[in-house]
Design a binder for this molecule. Structure first.
Ligand code: ZN
Ligand code: ZN
Length: 652
């Protein structure tokens, strides 16, 4: 069965819904390769879409009332495609539908239902089921439902009644909850004690854009008794550094995150969340039964989300510094009377397993083609079948890349985007090696501040996320994914600088160890220690790292291999010295795929791969120049989500 999920990168709800639904479908079906997520707007309009996106962000940030007008105009138009600007989108979608032949098409963005309606205007028969996942609440744009869908999945009863009033037949509406990450359903978090008596008041503050009074708001919150503050600032490294300086004096009472993959756990372990009324954030707060104080919203589009919080009485709207602080005070006073009320209402509407429920509906609909059907037999407690892991295939030339970076340090892609990217390019084994800087060195200090290297506080999460993605990569692509670290030991000069790869690590190694001790710890975990870019190279940034090369007598006996090639650089002295070698792309962004790689002739098994490199027999290098045909179908060209967000992450 094939499922095509169409999404778009406007606002934070559509991609989140698409991604979470894919995760749920993949967890539930034994044949997971058949779920595709496609941002067709981006694929078709490319740069234009980028411009539209930045115009959208600009409007939202600088002229919210103008955005409101645009939103109303769209709402009033009979069809988005009437403007005639969707011609290319229509042609692309009909091509894809023809070639991919999905059984179910899922749309998480309103324009696609319009386009589908236009494609099939003259045909009675549509060869697939169409699901629309409405990612907004209450004040939903009519573009969502003015065209046919077999099933409209809505987050709550209030949204369902809007659809009913607009004339959508009741049997097409499924109140499933918003598809938050399945992690909200699966995550095991200890019961949160109510915020009374000596218990700490745990508040999660999601910063979206740096606002002028932000620092002061945070300080006033910290002035309240027993408040513990966890702050996420997304990708704004400057803001993070500023807040770090400003709130340094509060010690353990403040935890500062950049962006994080652990949003489910954070929300489940806090008494209150304060943030912007994004479609995903509001639904994640509800799913995790964490009362929300909305301190910011985009007029029009997000008003419904905010109103949902107020209407369901699961939090409140408090724009402005004083209002926010007062709302927190009110929630906790009188033995947390108001907080208990919010929590009580949340118990009734929280649906953490919504993605699984929608996945069930899709799977049932895909099997049954006799008419629109809503599957009723699902309840949130049902365990999901664990996927079967097949034994690795026997042997063969394995295309490998042991040196890649994600946005845990300075890479452009998230872990799951990197996995999908390499999986689609047909790789057999990759290792993720984000930078960990030695805090004793000058550059280590700078790197940590600017957020370009792994922060020690995130290493546990890093290993956990890679472990999870490794399972998915194996199920989906039969690709091995190893966890690793690039230890950056940078001095002031090339001769005192070294970068060292630990490949297939199980757990953290402290950043502040000397090189021989670091290598010993890498080996103690059964991992490989490899010198990265050990010789003079041409690079637009950064300097050479020659310390290991210049101290070969010491390090050649300790290291398992040396990079003979790094991206476009080739280090012939490594070959002349007959040192064991590998070649890697030092991947930071998609264009780096076209670079030197390692090819191994051994079994596709982590131990066999490491042994092959240690012995350095049947190792070759190759210059990867052209795409192999991407999996699964070339028709689905741009399947990688352009947004960086991970499951559960609130986009900053
Ligand atoms: Zn490096
Ligand atoms: Zn690197």
């Amino acid at each position: 069965m094939k499922v095509l999920i169409l999404t778009a990168s406007f606002g934070d709800g559509h991609n989140a819904a698409a991604r979470n639904l894919r995760a749920a479908l993949e967890a539930m079906t034994p044949d997971p390769c058949q779920v595709e997520v496609l941002d067709l707007l981006d694929a078709v309009y490319g740069r234009l879409n980028q411009l539209a996106k930045s115009a959208y962000l600009g409007l939202v940030r600088h002229a919210p009332s103008l955005w409101h007008t645009v939103y109303k105009l769209v709402d009033a138009a009979p069809s988005l495609s009437a403007a005639g600007s969707w011609g290319r989108l229509r042609r692309a979608l009909s091509d894809i539908l023809l070639q991919a032949q999905p059984d179910v098409v899922v749309s998480t963005y309103p324009v696609y239902a319009d386009v589908v309606a236009e494609i099939y205007r003259e045909h009675a028969e549509r060869p697939f089921r169409l699901f629309t996942i409405i990612t907004d609440s209450i004040s939903i744009n009519s573009a969502w439902y003015r065209h046919w869908s077999d099933v409209f999945c809505v987050a709550n009863e209030a949204t369902a009644s809007v659809l009913r009033e607009a004339g959508v037949p009741t049997d097409r509406i499924a109140v499933t909850g918003f598809p938050v990450s399945p992690a909200f359903h699966d995550e095991q978090v200890p019961q949160l004690a109510p915020p009374v008596g000596p218990t700490e008041r745990r508040i999660l503050y999601l910063v979206n854009t740096g606002r002028p009074k932000l620092g002061r708001t945070l300080e006033e919150l910290l002035a309240l008794p027993q408040v513990q503050l966890t702050i996420t600032v997304g990708r704004d490294h400057d803001l993070r550094a500023r807040l770090h300086r400003r709130l340094d004096g509060y010690g353990d009472r403040v935890k500062l995150y950049g962006w994080t993959n652990l949003m489910p756990r954070l929300l489940l372990s806090h008494h209150l969340v304060i943030g912007k009324a994004g479609g995903a954030s509001v639904q994640e707060a509800i799913a995790s039964r964490c009362p929300m104080i909305v301190n910011q919203m985009i007029p029009g589009q997000e008003e419904g989300n905010a109103r949902l919080i107020a209407q369901e009485n699961v939090g409140c709207i408090a724009e402005g510094r004083r209002e926010t602080v007062a709302a927190v005070e009110r929630a906790f006073e009188n033995r947390a009377h108001v907080w208990h009320q919010w929590r009580h209402h949340l118990d009734k509407i929280s649906r953490p397993g919504a993605a699984y429920r929608i996945a069930e509906l899709i799977l049932a609909a895909g099997k049954d083609t006799t008419g629109p059907q809503i599957f009723q037999g699902w309840s949130p407690g049902v365990p999901v079948a664990t996927p079967t892991i097949l034994p690795p295939p026997a042997s063969g030339p394995l295309l490998c890349d042991f040196h890649t970076h994600t946005n845990y340090s300075d890479g452009a892609l998230s872990v799951s985007e990197l996995v999908d990217f390499y999986g689609r390019h047909g790789f057999d084994c990759i290792c993720i090696t984000d930078h960990l800087a030695d805090p004793r060195r000058l550059i280590g200090k700078l790197g940590r501040l600017s957020g370009l290297t792994l922060s020690p506080a995130q290493i546990g999460e890093y290993f956990e996320v890679i472990g999870r993605e490794a399972n998915r990569a194996w199920r989906r692509y039969r690709m091995l994914v190893m966890a690793g670290i690039e230890f950056n030991k940078d001095g002031c000069r090339a001769r005192s600088s070294a970068h060292l790869l630990g490949i297939d690590l199980r757990r953290e190694i402290p950043a502040d160890l000397d090189l021989p001790e670091t290598i010993a710890q890498i080996h103690a975990q059964g991992a490989l220690a490899v010198a990265s870019h050990p010789h003079v190279m041409k690079s637009e940034w950064g300097k050479n790292t020659l310390y290991l090369w210049e101290n070969q007598e010491t390090f050649a006996p300790l290291l398992d291999a040396w990079e003979i090639a790094n991206r476009d650089n080739i280090f012939s002295p490594v070959g002349l010295k007959r040192l064991p070698f590998i070649a890697s792309s030092d991947f930071h962004k998609p264009k780096h795929i076209f670079s030197w790689k390692t090819v191994l002739h051994c079994e596709k098994d982590p131990e066999a791969i490491k042994e092959c490199i240690r012995r350095n027999e049947r190792v070759s290098i190759t210059l990867y120049r052209r795409d192999r045909p991407l999996r699964p179908e070339p028709a689905l060209r741009s399947i990688d989500l352009p947004e960086m967000a991970e499951a559960g992450v609130v986009a900053a």
